[in-house]
Design a protein around this ligand. Structure first.
Ligand code: PEP
Ligand code: MN
Length: 337
């Protein structure tokens, strides 16, 4: 249930509502928003009676929330979630372009690619220090030394860092060095990890699971939000289907579907979505056209030598030309870049 307060509500009236919710054994979640003061109730197994709250001073109305995801749904918060990471807005008109290698391989590699990303106009740097690999014998990432390299990239370029945490125990270290915590597709339903990043002060970049439905993605986001972290970016990165012409099937139709149901920003990763560099730019353009709040793409200065995901890494000039295209496309769909 969502309790919407009157415009001139006092702190005392708000406190009384929160105390009532807590006395009932439920959780009171302040719902951030510029337009109104609202409190979301979670934790109740059965529907609550609106009258219980509507009779309290300062309460405008009590609205039943019908969807299983409460805090991330538009029923609770109708306006888009907008936040900024080191001054870069997310979810607002400006598009986010997150680019970098699949994995941090060395300081020279990361700095070389970061320079390309920054110069071309990318506004976030990505790179994994912990890599979830299909084979235990594949390169697993540099670990903490990789995080230190990422911090150096930020120092040099000013680009905020997006990097993956693979388990709850690893989150603290990622928090020390990064600006956004990525939750990989394989971990979308790792609930202890979701709860842990829900307690983080850093925004969360939540990738859709390989065979997850939209509802499952939104429920995973709900785990993060229910721990009070509302700064979530969703990411469509392709799902497993019978189609074998691409690594995954990039489900661009999920973008407007998510936008309809949720106030959270959603980005698209056409690199993992296609697995082939010649498909990345067309689908990145399509992602912008369909209303995504940004893209995440893999870029490498020497893709042939990449320790992971080389075949889908854009060459520097391909990334530069993609950024130019996005810049031209953005105003056509009411965005800026
Ligand atoms: C990645 O971003 O490098 C990655 C491993 O992505 P995903 O979790 O979507 O496979
Ligand atoms: Mn990758």
């Amino acid at each position: 249930m969502l309790i919407v307060m009157d415009k001139g509500v006092t702190d005392r009236e708000i406190r009384a509502v929160i105390e009532k919710i807590e006395r009932m054994g439920f959780k009171a979640n302040p719902v951030p928003g510029a337009q109104r003061i609202a409190i979301g109730i979670t934790g109740n197994q059965n529907p609550l009676d609106p009258e219980e709250f509507e009779s309290m001073p300062g309460v405008k109305e009590a609205i039943r929330v019908t969807k299983p995801y409460k805090l991330v749904g538009r029923e609770m918060k109708s306006e888009d979630t907008v936040f900024s990471v080191r001054g870069r807005p997310v979810g607002d008109k400006p598009l986010a372009v997150i680019a970098g290698p699949c994995a941090v391989e060395s300081e020279d590699q990361a700095l070389a690619i970061a320079e390309i990303v920054a110069k071309a106009g990318g506004n976030f740097f990505r790179g994994g220090a912990y890599k979830p690999r299909t084979s235990p014998y594949s390169f697993q990432g540099l670990g903490e030394p990789g995080l230190k390299i990422l911090a150096k990239v930020r120092e040099r370029t000013g680009l905020p860092i997006v990097t993956e945490a693979m388990d709850p125990e690893g989150v603290a270290l990622v928090e020390e060095y990064a600006d956004v915590i990525q939750i990989g597709a394989r971990n979308m339903q790792n609930y202890s990890l979701l709860k842990r990043v829900g307690k983080s002060k850093l925004p969360v970049f939540l990738k859709r699971g390989i065979s997850a439905t939209m509802d499952e993605l939104l429920m995973s986001a709900e785990y993060v939000a229910s721990e009070v972290n509302y700064r979530i970016m969703l990411c469509e990165r392709g799902v497993r289907t019978f189609a074998d012409h691409a690594r995954n099937t990039l489900d661009l139709s999920v973008v407007p579907a998510v936008k309809h149901l949720s106030h959270l920003p959603i980005l698209v990763d056409p690199s993992h979505g296609t697995g082939r560099r010649d498909r990345v730019a067309p689908l990145a353009r399509a992602a912008v056209a369909v209303g995504a709040d940004g893209i995440m793409v893999e870029v490498h200065h020497q893709p042939e030598k990449a320790l992971s995901d080389g075949p889908q890494a854009l060459y520097p000039e391909q990334f530069e030309s993609l950024v130019r295209e996005i810049r031209a496309l953005a105003p056509l769909v009411g965005r800026t870049f």
